[in-house]
Each structure stands twice: as structure tokens, then as C-alpha cells.
Design a protein around this ligand. Structure first.
Ligand code: PGA
Length: 255
């Protein structure tokens, strides 16, 4: 039986002013500190990472950055180096579809970011996922394999607790959640790809979240699928009640 601890990420994207962020952090801490059976990571906008680290210090909630640049410092106006996040963030999201498709980040950029994060005292969450026309064209497995192969090009061992977020692009922010059956089948496929590359034990230990229009109403059916180890939540993570319900449902599904 798998002993993976599920993980729920709250990806705030580019939302909330400073006061709103502080309020939400306080509410989330009140609702979720000490919740057993699930790891909870809050991904605020970069501007509020320090506030998040302060607000969540000493709690069981973790802080994540939505993005980071691979070089440690230099003349890179507007970027935040992964190395600068050490001590503030615990996690870094790498390869989110909005980075890939809105900002044009390549598979190689994603690999550089993953390598940088893995070389530091930070945990990555590697996001992968196919676009609608890729799924409709029967190319989902090919796309996922390409994204994973590129991201893992320089990695020969998967660190303990490594997390992948499977986020079909057509389900992100659209309200079109993948059915639990589709999500389970695709996550199981990703786990087989991880096994091909790193072996069965690493694949069994690897956490794979589902993301894409997860909400308080649909999370239980998704989280109860055998290969799905939690959720990466966008829109619903901005509502403390909804996000707390999601985290509790994931913890309950893992019992
Ligand atoms: P959503 O976003 O929950 O709003 O669909 C998920 C994500 O982008 O991680």
C-alpha cells in the first residue's frame, strides 16, 4: 500500500493586495494549522512571500513560490532567483502551464528551473499537462512524456517526496474539471513514465497531484482515486472556507 502523504497547493496566481493576502494567510492558518494527513502549501504572489513566511511561521502550513529563475543573481531585471527564496519559501512551482503558455517558457527552461531548485534547500512541484487539442488529437501521453523527459534530462535520481502536478491545460480556470476517471488514468500513466525512467520504487514514492478547476464539491471524488495524491488549486484557494474544505477532504481520502 502506498504511504505517500498527499499534498494540496493553493496557487493564488496574481491575485490579492497585501492586506487581502495577510487576511487570507491568517484565516488559513486558523483553519488548517495542525491538520494531519496532508501537506498544505500556500503559493502567494512573489510580492507577498515574506509576509506569508512570517504569517505561517511555526505552523504546519508551508510557503511556496509560483516561479523562480535558475541563476542565483545577476543582471536579470524583474526575475527572482531560486537561491533567493531559500529561507522564505519551502516549495517552488516549476513549469506551471501559465508560465509555459502565457510567458513562453520552453521545456528546457523548465528543466533549468527544476535543476536549480533541486540543487537548493527547496522542494519543487513540477507541473505538466496537455492542451485541449493535444488531448482531442490523442497526443496526451506523447506530450506528457516529452515534458517529463525534458524536465528530467539531467536528473538520475528522484528525490524523496518529489511532487508532480498533473494539470490538463483545458481544465485550468475553466470550470471543466477532468472526470475522476480521466484524471486517475492520466496520473497512472504519468506514474508509469516515472517508473520507466527512475524505477518502480521511485514511481511508487512520487506524489502526483491533480490540478484544474478543483473545488470543494469535486475534490473528494478526485482525491479518492488511487494514484492521485492531492490537488493543486487555483481559484478556490482564494476562499479560506473552500480551500480548508479541500484540504480536509484530501486528508480524509488518504485515511
Ligand atoms: P484552477 O487553477 O484551480 O483555477 O483551475 C489551477 C492551477 O492553475 O494550478
Amino acid at each position: 500500500m502506498a504511504t505517500r502523504t498527499p499534498i494540496v497547493g493553493g496557487n493564488w496566481k496574481m491575485h490579492l493586495d497585501r492586506a487581502g493576502a495577510r487576511d487570507l494567510l491568517r484565516e488559513l492558518r486558523g483553519q488548517l494549522d495542525g491538520l494531519a494527513g496532508v501537506e498544505v502549501v500556500i503559493f502567494p504572489p512573489a510580492a507577498w512571500l515574506g509576509d506569508a513566511a512570517d504569517a505561517l511561521e511555526g505552523s504546519t502550513l508551508r510557503v511556496g513560490a509560483q516561479n523562480a529563475y535558475w541563476l542565483p543573481h545577476g543582471a536579470y531585471t524583474g526575475e527572482v532567483g531560486a537561491a533567493m527564496l531559500v529561507g522564505t519559501a519551502d516549495y517552488v512551482l516549476v513549469g506551471h502551464s501559465e508560465r509555459r503558455h502565457v510567458f513562453g517558457e520552453s521545456d528546457e527552461d523548465t528543466a533549468r528551473k527544476l535543476d536549480a531548485v533541486l540543487g537548493l534547500a527547496l522542494q519543487p512541484i513540477l507541473a505538466v499537462g496537455e492542451q485541449q487539442e493535444e488531448r482531442e488529437g490523442g497526443r496526451t501521453a506523447e506530450v506528457l512524456r516529452r515534458q517529463l523527459d525534458a524536465a528530467f534530462a539531467d536528473i538520475d535520481r528522484l528525490p524523496e517526496g518529489f511532487t508532480i502536478a498533473y494539470e490538463p491545460v483545458w481544465a485550468i480556470g475553466t470550470g471543466l474539471t477532468a472526470t475522476p476517471e480521466i484524471a486517475q488514468a492520466t496520473v497512472a500513466e504519468i506514474r508509469r513514465m516515472v517508473a520507466d525512467r527512475f524505477g518502480a520504487a521511485s514511481a511508487e514514492a512520487c506524489r502526483i497531484q491533480y490540478g484544474g478547476s478543483v473545488n470543494a464539491g469535486n475534490v473528494a471524488d478526485l482525491a479518492s482515486q488511487p494514484d492521485i495524491d492531492g490537488a493543486l488549486v487555483g481559484g478556490a484557494s482564494l476562499d479560506a472556507e473552500a480551500f480548508a474544505t479541500i484540504c480536509r477532504a484530501v486528508a480524509a481520502a488518504a485515511e
